[in-house]
Ligand binder design. Structure first.
Ligand SMILES: Cc1ncc(COP(=O)(O)O)c(C=O)c1O
Length: 416
């Protein structure tokens, strides 16, 4: 069988590059000419600009968003036996770093409308060993921060906001990343603000915490030659910082275009039987890192879109508690019913700022076309659990994220 031509990719980083080519090229040439590749002025400049864009007083850059979580937890003093609560649906970085920092991961179910940590389930998870909570502003929608902060304050817990997917999102008029004790960001290439390689950052308004995080990330000393403690090497390099400084200026316009596309999808895809559209809470500004729908026949819809040349992703095919990595906990579907139900129904449609109106139209038309298709069987429960098992195996080696779409072609080849 010949491969269908891709008419709508999941993301188009090359098109983004071409749209700002002269600025990016000039920034890269400048860094190369200066030979200031590590600990040069470009990193400091980006840290200042990013802190200002988020509205935080401090920004500590690092090598990626996973390190950002780890560094923040080490600086907050996580120690063996400490429990940290994370949502059941996220990328594994949110939970694996708890273990790396020496703590114990405790999962909490998600809210069915926003896929973010459900505060109603939170209280039950708190024990006398709980030290912190990591809400994730998943897909670009802010978590319910007021209630999470209330619970955290009442129990003397710290809060790290995982903002890897939510640059510039707002909760009740405040940028996410300014509400908890610290907030972590990823600049993985496919993120709303993406580098041309790996990069990450932590923002905070706590100067002492910022100093401890910077110290740990830079071999245990902020100044060269000083090592007050043992640390790690987690640096953003100057080439990435220069690229990010250019892209940061475009982020508000790119975010507005993401919101415009989401509004078109919301308007045109409404009322399709079997499909649930993503919601935005009235007091939130969603930045649409991902446009995630739920569909009763998700796998058949994904196959239909693929045949129409439209790439989709599943973020994520196996909710965290059910990954093999957490088999030791023996979690059951009924422990996290919302996350478990979601994992077999969610599908991310293409949404990126450079998408043309024609591409948007193609997606809408193809989804509408699926609606009218007879003969597509509803998968039996047996089939669904088979899919889940397959995703589990595939999920070990494949990251289903924008920018890594090449691997998706293989992953979507599922039993029919
Ligand atoms: C929610 C979430 N947290 C953390 C990360 C980790 O970021 P990075 O890939 O930069 O390590 C990601 C991105 O992959 C993410 O989506």
């Amino acid at each position: 069988m010949t491969k269908p031509e891709v008419s709508v990719p999941f993301a188009d980083l090359h098109k983004q590059y071409l749209s700002i080519k002269s600025e990016i090229d000039a920034a890269i040439v400048e860094v190369i000419a200066s030979s200031a590749f590590i600990r040069g002025p470009y990193v400091e400049k980006f840290e200042g600009a990013f802190a200002q864009a988020i509205g935080a007083s401090r920004c500590v850059s690092c090598a990626n968003g996973t390190d950002a979580l780890y560094i923040a937890m080490v600086a907050l003093g996580v120690k063996p036996g400490d429990e940290v609560i994370v949502p059941a649906m996220s990328w594994i970085s949110t939970s694996e770093t708890v273990t790396q920092a020496g703590g114990r991961v405790v999962f909490c179910d998600i809210d069915a409308a926003t896929y973010t940590l459900d505060p109603a389930c939170l209280a039950d998870k708190i024990t006398d060993r709980t030290v912190g909570i990591i809400p994730v502003h998943l897909y670009g929608h802010p978590a319910e921060m007021d209630r999470i902060m209330e619970i955290a304050d009442a129990n003397n817990l710290w809060v790290i906001e995982d903002c890897a997917q939510a640059h510039l999102a707002e909760y009740k008029g405040r940028k996410v990343g300014t509400i908890g004790n610290a907030a972590t960001f990823s600049f993985y290439p496919g993120k709303n603000l993406g580098a041309m390689g790996d990069a990450g950052a932590i923002v905070t308004n706590d100067g002492d915490l910022a100093r401890r995080m910077a110290m740990f990330a830079r071999h245990g000393g902020v100044r060269k030659g000083e090592h007050q403690i043992e640390g790690i090497n987690s640096r953003m390099d100057d080439l990435q910082a220069a690229v990010l400084s250019v892209k940061l200026k475009h982020l508000p316009a790119w975010t507005a275009r993401r919101q415009e596309i989401a509004a078109i999808y919301n308007g045109r895809l409404t009322g399709i039987e079997g499909m649930v559209l993503p919601e935005t809470r009235p007091d939130c500004s969603h930045v649409w890192h991902l446009y995630v729908i739920r569909h009763e026949r998700r796998d058949a819809l994904a196959r239909h879109l693929k045949a129409a040349g439209i790439q989709t992703n599943i973020n994520y095919p196996v909710a965290l508690p059910f990954l093999q990595a957490y088999g030791r906990f023996g979690h059951k579907p009924e422990d996290f019913p919302v996350a478990h139900r979601s994992q077999s129904r969610i599908l991310s449609l293409p949404l990126f700022p450079e998408m043309s109106d024609e591409q948007i139209d193609r997606v809408v038309t193809a989804v509408e076309d699926f609606k009218g298709q007879p003969g597509l069987r509803r998968p039996s429960w047996q089939e669904s659990s088979m899919d889940t098992r397959m995703w589990g195996v595939l999920g070990l080696g494949i990251r289903f994220l924008p920018g890594r779409v090449a691997s998706y072609g293989a992953a979507i080849t599922m039993p029919t």
